[in-house]
Design a binder for this molecule. Structure first.
Ligand SMILES: [Zn+2]
Length: 59
């Protein structure tokens, strides 16, 4: 069972939708990927692009 660290969740900026997160990704100067947080249900950005599955919203 995947667990998101509370510390990361609270420290990171939250985006209410994947579109908002994606917009932030496009403005960033480094490679980021949005992922949905299990804890808060919103989106955070991660700079890790390897070995991590990205949760995709259903539908
Ligand atoms: Zn979170």
């Amino acid at each position: 069972m995947k667990r998101t660290r509370l510390r990361i969740c609270t420290a990171k900026r939250r985006y209410g939708s994947e579109a908002d997160a994606q917009a932030a990704v496009e403005q960033a100067t480094i490679i980021l990927r949005p992922y949905r947080c299990d804890r808060c249900g919103q989106f955070h950005l991660t700079s890790r692009t390897k070995g991590k599955r990205i949760a995709r919203p259903a539908g």
